[in-house]
Ligand binder design. Structure first.
Ligand SMILES: Nc1ncnc2c1ncn2[C@@H]1O[C@H](COP(=O)(O)OP(=O)(O)OP(=O)(O)O)[C@@H](O)[C@H]1O
Length: 930
């Protein structure tokens, strides 16, 4: 028999009269513990029965005579029970009121047939063992007597027996008392509970207030910090800007100076070239004249030679005749006439000889004259041709020297060649110097010897001297240049060269103070200065950029906290067709948060939550997206969508490349989601389901159902065309009614479903993209997580949207069906643009209903979701207009504020919802379900 309530105890006692030996259980109402009572017969020798509960013998009844109806209870004295003491909590469950036997009607003295029960206690025990024997009306009058009975019991050591009738009355009384006691207990308990609830509520409110004020204080402090930081940043920014402006002015000045210097050098070099060509012209003219002179001189010389030959012949003839005359003088007779004739002839021949001699002398003189003329002419030419201005060594720009030096250092052959050149030059220089010194010595001697010699001779030797000096100088300059190249140092000039340089470069251009004398050094100095300034500027720019980056980061964080839509910008690499067209790159990533576009009107800068350059990997992008996946598990609605013109990389970003080697956000999200769920599997129970749709030609299609399957299903009689419609629940969360939802228990399973869906998507080639998406892809993943500790259920939804790209038919070459698709895409995107504009301008009416796309995205744009937009852009000039449009839209999206709330329900609400669902579906609800 099981007794669950205290009020059942009298019944129990009644029952025990008949059902001795049974085990009885009772449950304490408050603690809920169960206590066992054993009622069994201990002996039959005298026909009595014991009453035992809590394993303790607490009473005995006697069956005096089987025929007799009188059964008497005998309770075990408390002292006997205490051998094995009962713990209060156990005692509490059995309030045993016992009355004095004498006071009960029908008490029979010891020895009587009806043996009364000995009464040892007059105590009630409360739920916690306390003495609850309050002022029971039935008991109060007997207290004194009980005392007396106890005393007499003590004195007699005899047991008192209660006749059954009295026991029955006693039991009735007990039950009454117990009733009253129970009532009191319940009241106390209720009171306690109420007190407890009030205290708990108060303490909870107090704690909440404390926590709130604590965080409010913290927030205020943080705000103050932020303000201070902002002020600091502003101040720093202003400082840096001022410094930057100063430096820019300085740099500009230096650049101008450098430019002017370069111009002057250029001018000088040009002047030098002009002079040189003029000189060359003059020289060649004079050379021509000299050649003519020389030719005529040679002619005359030939003539003179011929004449000398004639004279010599004549001389030969005259000498032979003289010999004949001498022979004739030895034979005088017939030789007189002949002698006379010969003398005459001799006399005749003597005259021409002298003439010839004179002629010879004449020729000689003329030759000398010619030679002198020629020499004079040559000397005059040499003197008249001004020395071609040698480029001053300082004009050898340090940069050239450094470059040559670097080449020499790195190329061994060049080094060897340079050494060879230096050696050759050194030998040539020594020779030239020797020649010069020899000439100078010789000239000194001849000057000593031929002092007062004529001016002509002196001027000739001067010109030779100057040419020798010039040669020496040439070799010296070469030597300096070669040494400079070897050492890598800049050439320097001496004082006299400074004046020379100043003549060339203009007064004041060459400084001679402070040891700075060469233009090269000056240039070097300027370059060093410029380098320093540049480095300083770089540092300033770097620190300014980092400050700006930090500022933007914190700004974005604040915006994020406000619930603003986050926008990432991704620049795609230049593709093959753009490279073939040679399109210039006009889009550049300025820093992690800014992108610049070179428009026809100048440079435009756009700010986003993050900017990814063409080099950024899929992993880089996902790193910053990962956080949102945790939010889905936590019970938020999250939407990630890619926006941009056709071929800008939306599908690449969301889905990945064709070979699925560079996975996009979608497959990565699946993995991340299941990874997080795996980590939390001990605390939560997760359920993942998904639907995948495409919006093609303004019609929503379930991608889990292939077109062929759909067509086949519709051939069946009475088949209804499947319609997917966009609905919103009470919380404003969008769901696709009519779309098949499939459950997935792993990332692989979900990915397989995704691939199955992608296979059904509309894709075709256009001029802009070989795999152009002709529809918007919408993937919805619902995650339900049940908290195993408190039973609460949170449900998050991840919407992944790969929009089709806006396109111009002229560029994509779309015709027929493709043109229709393009029109539908552009129409839906234009509706999306209208929604974005309305939301960013905070207009009272937002035209969500204008397109199915905007309906699908209603909760993601200005609704209950955390939203991330990735704007994909092309980097080249060819797509400049589309890029600008995309960036302007993305900037507007950044201004939209969402109101994301966690979708969580307590265990009870979840249970009730389940019941409602069951009822709705016609299932039976059991009592245990509620
Ligand atoms: N960041 C990137 N790195 C490497 N390749 C890229 C990148 N972005 C895009 N691509 C390549 O550019 C081509 C076009 O990209 P994608 O198909 O993703 O463009 P889309 O914006 O989805 O175009 P549509 O709107 O026409 O579908 C693809 O071959 C893709 O692999």
């Amino acid at each position: 028999m099981t007794v669950t309530k205290t009020e059942d105890l009298p019944d129990l006692l009644e029952c025990t009269r008949h059902k001795l030996g049974q085990e009885i259980e009772t449950k304490h109402e408050i603690s809920g513990q169960t206590v066992k009572y054993n009622m069994y017969s201990s002996t039959t020798s005298n026909g009595s029965y014991s009453l035992t509960f809590l394993g303790k013998k607490v009473g005995r009844h006697h069956a005096v005579a089987p025929s007799s109806k009188q059964l008497a209870w005998e309770t075990t004295p408390r002292s006997a029970c205490s051998e094995n003491p009962v713990v209060p909590s156990q005692v509490s469950r059995i309030p045993v009121p016992v009355q004095r036997v004498e006071d009960l009607p029908g008490t029979v003295p010891e020895g009587n047939e009806d043996r009364p029960c000995p009464v040892t206690h007059n105590t009630h025990f409360g739920p916690y063992g306390e003495n609850l024997s309050g002022p029971s009306e039935s008991q109060l009058p007997v207290r004194r007597d009980v005392q007396q009975a106890e005393n007499s019991e003590k004195s007699q050591g005899a047991k008192i027996y209660i006749p059954y009738v009295s026991a029955e009355l006693c039991i009735a009384q007990i039950s009454k008392d117990m009733e009253a006691m129970k009532k009191r207990h319940l009241e106390t308990v209720q009171e306690l509970e109420e007190n407890f609830q009030i205290t708990a509520r108060e303490s909870q409110t107090w704690v909440v207030q404390r926590v709130r004020s604590h965080y409010q204080n913290k927030l205020n402090t943080l705000r103050k910090f932020l303000d201070i930081f902002r002020e600091k940043v502003e101040k720093n920014k202003a400082d840096w800007e001022r410094k930057e402006a100063c430096l820019t002015v300085q740099i500009e000045k230096l650049l101008e100076e450098q430019k002017a210097e370069k111009e002057r050098s250029k001018e000088e070099a040009m002047q030098w070239h002009r002079e040189k060509s003029k000189m060359l012209e003059l020289f060649s003219n004079k050379f021509d004249v000299m050649q003519c002179h020389q030719a005529s001189t040679l002619q005359e010389l030939q003539m003179a030679r011929q004449e000398i030959g004639k004279v010599q012949e004549m001389l030969m003839v005259s000498s032979s005749e003289q010999q004949e005359v001498a022979v004739d003088n030895e034979n005088p007779g017939n030789k007189r006439l002949t002698a006379q004739q010969k003398t005459a002839a001799y006399n005749d021949t003597d005259h021409p000889l002298e003439g010839a001699k004179a002629r010879l002398e004449e020729l000689k003189e003329s030759l000398y004259q010619r030679e002198r003329e020629l020499t004079d002419l040559m000397e005059a030419e040499r003197g008249a041709i001004p020395a071609v201005p040698q480029p001053p060594c300082s004009i050898l720009l340090p940069a050239v020297i450094h470059k040559s030096h670097a080449i020499c250092n790195s190329v061994a052959e060049t080094r060897a060649l340079l050494n060879q050149m230096t050696e050759d030059n050194r030998v040539a220089l020594n020779e030239a110097r020797d020649k010069l010194s020899r000439f100078l010595n010789g000239k000194g001697d001849s000057n000593d010897r031929e002092k007062g010699k004529d001016q002509e001779g002196s001027s000739g030797s001067d010109s030779v001297l100057s040419s020798l000096r010039e040669r020496v100088r040439e070799y010296e300059v070469s030597q300096i240049a070669l040494n400079c190249i070897k050492s890598g140092e800049s050439p320097s000039v001496n004082d006299c060269e400074i004046t020379e340089l100043e003549e060339i470069l203009g007064k004041g251009t060459v400084q001679s103070t402070g040891g700075i004398k060469s233009v090269g050094q000056q240039l070097l100095l300027l370059q060093d200065q410029l380098k320093q300034e540049k480095e300083e500027k770089k540092k300033i720019v770097e620190s300014y950029t980092s400050e700006r980056t930090m500022r933007k980061k914190y700004y974005n964080m604040v915006e994020d906290m406000k619930g603003k839509i986050r926008v990432f910008c991704r620049i795609r690499p230049v593709n093959r067709s753009e490279a073939v067209q040679g399109g210039a790159i006009v889009v550049n990533k300025l820093d992690d948060y800014s992108v610049t576009v070179e428009t026809h009107r100048g440079l435009r800068e756009f700010q986003f939550d993050k900017v990814f350059s063409a080099e950024a990997s899929q992993e880089d992008l996902f790193q910053d997206t990962n956080r949102l996946i945790q939010s889905v598990i936590d019970g938020f609605n999250v939407c990630i969508f890619a926006y941009g013109q056709t071929g800008s990389g939306k599908t690449f970003t969301m889905v990945g490349d064709k070979d699925q080697k560079k996975l996009g956000i979608m497959p990565r999200s699946f993995n991340a989601m299941f990874d997080i769920m795996q980590e939390n599997s001990s605390k939560f129970d997760f359920k993942v389901s998904a639907y995948m749709l495409e919006l093609y030609n303004d019609r929503l299609q379930d991608l889990f159902v292939s077109q062929a399957g759909e067509a086949h299903a519709q051939t069946r009689p009475n088949s209804q065309p499947r319609r997917v419609e966009i609905k919103r629940n009470r919380k404003g969360v969008v769901f696709a009614q009519g779309a098949e939802t499939k459950e997935a228990s792993s990332a692989q399973e979900l990915y397989a479903l995704f691939q199955q869906a992608c296979a059904n998507r509309h894709i075709s080639a256009t001029k802009m993209n070989v795999e152009s998406s002709r529809s918007h892809l919408i993937v919805g993943i619902m995650v339900e997580s049940r908290n195993l500790t408190n039973g609460s259920i949170s449900s998050g939804k991840l919407s992944l949207v790969d929009l089709a790209g806006s396109e111009r038919a002229a560029k994509t070459g779309a015709k027929d069906d493709q043109l229709k698709e393009a029109n539908s895409i552009n129409k839906s995107l234009s509706a999306l643009g209208d929604v974005i504009s309305a939301l960013s301008a905070e207009l009272p009416h937002v035209p969500y209903r204008n397109s199915k796309l905007t309906q699908v995205m209603q909760d993601s744009l200005g609704g209950n979701a955390k939203t991330l937009m990735i704007v994909n852009i092309s980097p080249t000039e060819y797509n400049l207009d589309e890029t600008l449009t995309s960036l302007i839209y993305a900037t507007r999206v950044k201004a939209i504020t969402n109101n994301a709330q966690r979708n969580v329900e307590s265990k009870e609400i979840a249970q009730l919802k389940e019941v409602i669902m069951k009822l709705k579906s016609g299932q039976t609800v059991e009592e245990g379900d509620i």
